[in-house]
Design a protein around this ligand. Structure first.
Ligand SMILES: [Zn+2]
Ligand SMILES: [Zn+2]
Length: 244
């Protein structure tokens, strides 16, 4: 399986990542992908990007260093109601909204409370996909989350960095991927690169998708046209016009 678009990358604008957007583009190109989404951390994370960062992404060309460039965020889930740290006005400038748990913005709770917040985030109309739902620091009811994402047509991420940096993720990610395969849930596959050499690095995530039996047509970012159809549908569902 090939992935066309890396849906999870961080630049210097995240506060704890070390490459520019052009460097990320070159990294993605060198790994043979067709494009990437810049998903810098939302404003609530210490050092995260200011809302103006997300509004101003529109000045960047749609093609950088020969690959497609998409405007995104990795927003923070803030509370049990599933609210995120970017107002709808700014989300209107974006193609793709990942949202996930980060300790600095949402203290890990028990499985029931984490699940409630994650289900609420899936119901949040601004959210398109959930980043690293397999993170063992935030135990969740995986079948319940997968069922809700499938019902809403939102995607769950298999995150390549998790296998290296989020200890204990491997088993969770395998269980999650199998549940997505069984329940027909859309998935995205992201590198979560914080440095350009990891941009487009998806080998372990792809292995996990294949081992779980996820068909290629369930992988939202396996093809550029499929990813663009997904973002266009989601923007319409949010009530935004087609992205320029
Ligand atoms: Zn980060
Ligand atoms: Zn994250």
């Amino acid at each position: 399986m090939r992935i066309a678009i890396d849906t999870h990358t961080h630049s210097v604008a995240s506060g704890h990542a070390y490459s520019t957007v052009d460097e990320l583009a070159r990294g993605v190109r060198s790994r043979g992908l067709e494009g990437f989404v810049l998903t810098d951390h939302g404003p609530a994370l210490p050092g995260g990007a200011h809302p103006y960062h997300f509004g101003n992404l529109r000045i960047l060309p749609r093609v950088l260093e020969g690959v497609r460039f998409y405007r995104g965020i990795e927003a923070n889930i803030l509370d049990p109601q599933g609210r995120i740290d970017l107002e709808p006005y700014w989300v209107g400038y974006l193609d793709f909204v990942l949202a996930g748990f980060h300790e600095a913005c949402f203290s890990p709770r028990d499985r029931a409370a984490n699940t409630e917040a994650l289900l609420a985030a899936l119901e949040n109309p601004l959210v398109d996909a959930i980043s690293h739902p397999g993170n063992p620091a935030f135990p969740i009811d995986i079948p319940a989350v997968v069922d809700r994402a499938a019902a809403l047509g939102k995607a769950l991420e298999v995150n390549d960095s998790s296998f290296r940096v989020r200890k204990g993720s491997t088993d969770n990610c395998r269980v999650l991927a199998r549940a997505c395969a069984e329940r027909g849930c859309p998935v995205v596959c992201g590198s979560d690169a914080h440095y350009w050499t990891d941009a487009g690095r998806l080998d372990t995530a792809i292995e996990t998708l294949l081992a779980a039996g996820i068909p290629e047509d369930r992988v939202v970012n396996a093809r550029t046209d499929r990813f663009e159809d997904f973002t266009a549908r989601r923007r319409a569902e949010k009530g935004f016009s087609k992205a320029s």
